[in-house]
Ligand binder design. Structure first.
Ligand code: HEM
Length: 438
């Protein structure tokens, strides 16, 4: 509600019309506008129909994602994701989303993730042996692609278990590897990716014919029931959710590990603290050790602060609303496009001391108490918060926990290390590393 009696007004913003998007131009504009116009930036559309508001204040992020979240549906950009994922849980809204989320939530239960830790670690052990051989022969690795294929393998095995090996054998190669090889996310790529749904349908059909239930995400999704209607998901919904989990779980985790290894290679102090922690375990890290890997966890938290994979996302205001502001309430017109930019808020000097510095200690128990909770949201906040957060944390902690015990990665200078702010915040060029045994 308004702090004054004045009617809510529109926020200030640039005169030039502009359509905010997940691209380089928007990335630059958003940072400039925050300096010029502050917490709420009002952007007149160029081609689109609706006004856009960019929110740079944690209170407003909280309002949209938590306080009044029912008034905010998925927004701009999700049409594009829809081509890739159908009506999966990332894009769906309203009653259908609610019902899907309720059915999928138990699939991501802590106990289930715990049961997948051994599979994650087996994937990491293969990677470790490979890096040890490369360290011995002095072979440089492309860590960006390595993390992409590892994250893909983990997510595919969490869904399909050993049916993945059968699929690879039948097809002669992993058809889902296109996600690693083809980094474009355009219409052509979306069509090629959608064609992969037949493999998901195939695995489902085989399991049904063999009356086989595995302890993996796919079988759990096939078995889950709506708690009111007791109905399973339709096959179309099942396939959309599987494709959603693959895409949502792959590039985000891959990108985070890519940046984490890069940041570690640039900071001997932090690297040594990670080494001290992982060495103190005295064995390969397992699910039960994750509590002891708290500094490693802080490294991941800090990586996600500096390089949040989902650097920009959107909502659409359903009805008119207002945002509290010290100079009087700001009007949110019905239909307005809302843009939230974790990247900018995560580096905002009002909420972070020395925001550009890599300081994992910000996330230790003591410092965490002083943090503004809503100035950090790599996994979003509220009821639509990432469902895979715990899965990806376990995956990433186990990865660093094991690999850093045996290997250091030394950055090999080459192409400049730059961010590429597209759908995900990737590195523009592959980052090259020399593995060194430790
Ligand atoms: C570092 C890793 C990850 C990051 C930073 C991340 C980030 C996010 C963010 C910001 C959202 C909210 C998007 C929005 O509301 O517009 C989201 C939603 C989602 N994420 Fe993640 N994610 C990660 C890993 C994963 C993994 C591993 C999975 C699956 C195994 C996953 C599955 C999902 C799903 C299904 C949603 C939609 C939830 C809903 O709308 O109800 N994510 N994620």
């Amino acid at each position: 509600m308004s702090h004054t009696n004045r009617p809510p007004r529109l926020a200030p913003g640039p005169d030039e019309p502009f359509d905010v998007n997940v691209d380089d131009a928007s990335f630059e504009k958003l940072a400039q506008w925050r300096e010029l116009y502050g917490d709420i930036v009002n952007v007149t559309p160029r081609v689109r129909k609706s006004q856009a508001l960019v929110l740079n204040n944690p209170e407003h992020v909280k309002h949209v994602l938590i306080g009044n979240h029912r008034n905010y549906a998925k927004g701009v950009g999700f049409e594009r994701v829809k081509m890739l994922l159908g009506n999966g849980i990332i894009v769906s809204d309203g009653d259908f989303w609610r019902s899907q989320r309720r059915m999928i939530q138990p699939v991501f239960h802590r106990k289930i993730i715990a049961s997948q830790a051994a599979m994650m670690q087996a994937c990491n052990e293969v990677k470790l042996h490979d890096w040890q051989a490369k360290a011995a022969s002095g072979t440089v690795i492309d860590i960006t692609t390595e993390m992409s294929s590892l994250a893909l393998e983990v997510i595919l095995r969490s869904l399909f278990s050993d049916d993945l090996d059968e699929l690879i054998e039948r097809e002669g190669a992993n058809p889902f590897s296109m996600l690693v090889e083809d980094v474009t996310r355009d219409l052509k790529m979306a069509m090629r990716f959608r064609a992969l749904t037949r493999h998901v349908a195939d695995v489902m059909a085989r399991r049904r014919a063999e009356k086989r239930i595995e302890h993996d995400f796919l079988s759990l999704l096939m078995e889950t029931r709506d708690k009111d209607t007791l109905q399973p998901m339709s096959d179309k919904a099942l396939i959309d959710e599987v494709m959603t989990i693959i895409v949502a779980g792959h590039e985000t985790t891959a990108g985070t590990l890519n940046w984490a290894w890069y940041l570690l290679s640039q900071d001997e102090r932090v690297e040594q603290l990670v080494h001290a922690e992982v060495d103190s375990l005295g064995r390969s890290s397992q699910f039960d050790d994750l509590g002891a890997l708290s500094y490693t966890r802080q490294v991941i938290d800090e990586t996600l602060r500096l390089y949040p994979p989902v650097w920009l996302f959107s909502r659409k205001a359903i009805a008119e609303d207002e945002l509290p502001h010290e100079s009087g309430a700001i009007r949110v017109p019905a239909g307005a496009d809302i843009f939230l930019c974790p990247y900018l808020l995560h580096r905002d000097a009002r909420y972070w001391q020395d925001p550009e510095a890599f300081l994992p200690e910000r996330f230790d128990e003591q410092n965490s108490k002083q943090r503004n909770r809503h100035a950090y949201y790599p996994f979003s906040l509220g009821s639509r918060r990432c469902i895979g957060e715990f899965f990806s944390m376990v995956d990433m902690q186990l990865h660093l926990g094991l690999l850093a015990q045996h290997i250091r990665l030394k950055h090999v200078p080459g192409e400049p290390v730059m961010i590429e702010p597209h759908i995900n915040l990737r590195s523009r060029h592959s980052i090259m590393m020399l593995p060194v045994a430790r």
